[in-house]
Structures are given as structure tokens and as C-alpha cells.
Design a protein around this ligand. Structure first.
Ligand code: HEC
Ligand code: HEC
Length: 400
């Protein structure tokens, strides 16, 4: 099919989807918990159909993506598929659209802020093929821009009553790390991590939901609320408001589950986004830090095993987590790896699973065969990763 034909086909499909969306809106949707329902001006989809007058109707970016997928794969796939040379598999299959749209920084409410236009262009630091290279400038680049413009249209705001919130994002099907820095500088480096899986067309399951404060700051959270943002419709909070009873303090340097750590969202739909709001989120400082023992109470059970089996292996991570990259240190502080093994161990222990060592976050994020959005995956070398995992797992098992 010629590109032009494909483009019109995309529009035709888009209009079909629009009609479906419009009828679904007029038929009325799932009821939201009272008090959190979007106000009369909250959505914009109720009156006059799902368009905000900005030019492009709200249709899935999937069709535009599909019309450029082949070009994208031939220009970028060698390095950006799973186990590619770049360690950033934003074109991972089987659902490459899902991977691309969910990669942090690819889609944005302002297309000019997309990594594709701030990084993958000449002179911006990208070591691979750039979108403005002679072969792509007139072909792929305009398609990428059209797609980004469509995606920018497809953002909706969380219900205004929902409190401080993380803006809507497309979840990765797999491991997600959602950073809280957007809520204020005191939350820099803190994250909510979870595994997302679609169980059925309208059911999204989140498991292993954890909250990670930093090694410097603790956190208090009251009543987190997950909100689904269906394409072209009003935001739709978790109908069961599953985490309404959550009121939790995370001590400095000690991660923990968020609520029960699991959530089933029965109001999911294809190509929807998620957002996360909090009734209250604030940094937590113990009443008098120098009264008691001070410092984190957590820590490792078997520091000698950490020293014998993990320390040397983790040296690979020090380029970034040892001080070279502020975001990496804030996320997982390994600065004491060489000077104070017990302290480093206590931080790294937040990212392991002693009951099932290979399922530890340390490995999920760095596995070259996985799709997690982490910038280092052993340069695609499965053998080096296996050596890392096998050795570090000996220590992790000792933490049980
Ligand atoms: C020859 C390998 C190669 C090719 C081909 C390639 N890239 Fe990359 N890309 C990299 C590497 C390596 C990185 C990691 C940082 C760096 O070295 O720039 C990267 C990083 C990126 C990032 C930043 C990702 C992040 O999360 O930080 C973007 C965006 C990107 N590439 C876009 C593209 C696009 C779009 C194409 C195709 C037009 C492409 N790349 C083709 C090697 C490649
Ligand atoms: C090229 C730099 C770099 C290297 C090398 C690196 N990391 Fe990271 N890592 C980061 C950054 C940056 C973040 C925080 C991501 C953010 O803020 O979005 C991070 C975050 C993490 C997280 C938190 C979860 C997540 O995905 O955000 C884990 C776990 C992690 N790294 C493990 C490791 C391990 C284990 C190694 C060594 C085998 C390693 N990292 C090597 C840059 C790096």
C-alpha cells in the first residue's frame, strides 16, 4: 500500500472510532466515586464530541504509528528493538505502538518536548541515526511529527478534585517506574514502581506496587487514587477507590508496598492512559532525628554475603549510581558501595525480592531481553547479564 493510501485509510478508521466513541459517551459511562467525579467542565468530551477545536479529533495514535512502523523499524529497529545495541528498547514487540507510546519522554503534551525531537536530531547528542539525516528528513520525520501532534491531542487532565497528581502516562506492559519529581523538588528521585498486565480488554492488573523514598528523604502518603484516562473520554477514577484507606509513612531509605501492593482496574480500555493522584503527599521527617537511633532502621541481614557475591558485580552500575548521574543516585543510591558495604547494601536491598531472587527489580530493569525503560542493559550482552544475575542472586537469597 502506498503511504498516501495508508494515510487515508488511517483517517477512515479514525472516523469510525470517533463515531463509536461518541455513542459510548452519550450512552453514559461507568459511574465514578462521588466527590471524585469530574466536574461539568472537567472533560470536554460531553459537548460537541471528542474534539477540542484544536484541529485534530481525538483518535488513537495507533493508525498513524502503523503507517510509519516499517520506516521506523528499518531506520531505528537494529538498535531500539529488544536486545538492540542501544539498551533503550522503545520499539519492543509484539505491540510496538504500546512500547513506543509508553517509553518515558516519547509522547508529550507538547510535541516539541518529545525525546524524538529534543534528542534524535543532529547535534543533540544521539549516537545513532538521526531523524533529520538526509534519508529521513523528508520521509520519516514528517510522519513522526504528525504522529506526535496526534498523541499530544490525546491527553486529558485528571479530575480536578483528585489532588496533587502525576500526569497521565501510557503504562508499559511489564515493569514501570513512575518518578514523583513532577510533584515538587522534594520528591526528586522518589518513585512508584509496579508491574502492569492487561487481563482482559477492560481489565488492567497492577502488581508489586511499591513506593520508593530516597536515601535522604522519607515520605507520607494518604489515599492514592489511580485514574484511567480512556481515549477521547472523561477521566475515570478507580471505581472501587481501592486505596482509600492508605495512610502510610515510608522512612528515609526504606521502600515498601503501596497499600496492598495489588490493584485490579476494571475500567481499563485499549490505548487508555493512567494517572495517579494523592489526597496528601508530603516529605516525612521524624519528629526529632537525633532523639532515637536516627537513620534508617532497615538494612541487610547478610552483609558478608553482599560483600562476597554482589559488591564486585555492582561496580558496573557505579558509572551512574555511584555519583555520575544525579537521577540514578536519587533512585538507587550506591555511593557507599566501596566505602561502607552495610550502608550500600541497605539501599540496594530495597530493589530485591529474596523470595524469588531472579524476579528482583535489579534484574528486571537491566535485563537486555526485557522492555523496562532503564538506560543500561549490559550493552545487549545476555552472557554478562547472566553472570551478574547469578552472582548477585546468591546474596539476595541470603536476605530471606
Ligand atoms: C546504530 C544504533 C542506533 C540507531 C540506528 C538509532 N539509535 Fe537511537 N540510540 C542509540 C544509542 C546507543 C542510544 C543511547 C544514548 C546514545 O548513545 O545516544 C540511543 C538513544 C536514543 C534515544 C533516547 C532514549 C532515552 O530514553 O534516553 C532516542 C529518543 C533515540 N535513540 C531515537 C532514535 C530514533 C528515532 C532512531 C531512528 C531514526 C534511532 N534512535 C536510531 C543508538 C541508535
Ligand atoms: C547509564 C547510567 C546507568 C547505569 C550504568 C545504571 N543505571 Fe540504574 N538507573 C539509571 C537512572 C538514570 C535511573 C533513574 C531513572 C529515572 O530517573 O527515570 C536508574 C534507576 C534504576 C533503578 C530503579 C528502577 C528504575 O528502572 O527506574 C534500578 C533498580 C536500577 N537503576 C538498577 C541498576 C543496576 C542494577 C545497574 C547496574 C547493573 C544500573 N542500574 C546501572 C541509570 C543507570
Amino acid at each position: 500500500m502506498k503511504p498516501k493510501q495508508q494515510y487515508f485509510r488511517a483517517i477512515a478508521i479514525g472516523l469510525g472510532a470517533l463515531a463509536v466513541a461518541a455513542s459510548a459517551v452519550s450512552a453514559g459511562c461507568v459511574e465514578a466515586p462521588s466527590g471524585l467525579a469530574p466536574g461539568p467542565t472537567g472533560g470536554g468530551a460531553e459537548d460537541g464530541g471528542p474534539s477540542d477545536g484544536g484541529g485534530l479529533p481525538v483518535v488513537s495514535g495507533r493508525d498513524l504509528f502503523e503507517s510509519m512502523q516499517a520506516d521506523l523499524m528499518s531506520a531505528c529497529g537494529l538498535c531500539h528493538d529488544v536486545a538492540g545495541l542501544a539498551d533503550t528498547p522503545f520499539l519492543a514487540g509484539p505491540d510496538r505502538y504500546q512500547s513506543f507510546a509508553s517509553w518515558p519522554g516519547i509522547v508529550s503534551t507538547d510535541p516539541t518536548h518529545s525525546l524524538l525531537l529534543t534528542y534524535a536530531l543532529t547535534g543533540k547528542g544521539h549516537s545513532g541515526t538521526n531523524l533529520d539525516s538526509p534519508a529521513l528528513k523528508e520521509t520519516l520525520l514528517p510522519k513522526v511529527k504528525a504522529w506526535l501532534a496526534q498523541e499530544a491531542k490525546n491527553f486529558s487532565e485528571p479530575p480536578p478534585q483528585a489532588g496533587p497528581h502525576i500526569d497521565p502516562f501510557v503504562p508499559i506492559m511489564g515493569f514501570n517506574a513512575i518518578y514523583l519529581g513532577a510533584l515538587g523538588p522534594e520528591f526528586e528521585g522518589m518513585a512508584v514502581t509496579f508491574q502492569a498486565d492487561v487481563l482482559a480488554e477492560t481489565t488492567l492488573e497492577l502488581t508489586n506496587i511499591e513506593l520508593h523514598p530516597t536515601s535522604k528523604t522519607g515520605l507520607k502518603i494518604v489515599h492514592p487514587l489511580w485514574v484511567v484516562h480512556p481515549l477521547g473520554k472523561d477521566p475515570n477514577p478507580d471505581p472501587v477507590d481501592s486505596f482509600s484507606n492508605v495512610d502510610t509513612i515510608y522512612q528515609i531509605g526504606e521502600s515498601g508496598p503501596l497499600g496492598p501492593g495489588t490493584l485490579i482496574l476494571v475500567n481499563w480500555s485499549t490505548d487508555a492512559k493512567l494517572s495517579l493522584a494523592f489526597e496528601l503527599i508530603e516529605k516525612y521527617e521524624p519528629a526529632s532525628p537525633d532523639a532515637g537511633d536516627g537513620g534508617p532502621t532497615g538494612g541487610c541481614k547478610d552483609v558478608p554475603s553482599f560483600e562476597a557475591n554482589a559488591r564486585q558485580q555492582l561496580m558496573t552500575c557505579l558509572n551512574c549510581h555511584g555519583g555520575g548521574n544525579g537521577q540514578a543516585v536519587a533512585a538507587v543510591d550506591m555511593t557507599a558501595l566501596q566505602s561502607d558495604a552495610a550502608k550500600a547494601c541497605g539501599q540496594i536491598r530495597n530493589r530485591v525480592n529474596p523470595n524469588d531472587p531472579p524476579a528482583s527489580q535489579l534484574f528486571i530493569t537491566t535485563n537486555p531481553g526485557g522492555n523496562a525503560a532503564h538506560p543500561f542493559k549490559f550493552g545487549g550482552q545476555g552472557g554478562a547479564f547472566n553472570t551478574f544475575r547469578d552472582n548477585v542472586s546468591i546474596w539476595i537469597a541470603a536476605e530471606k
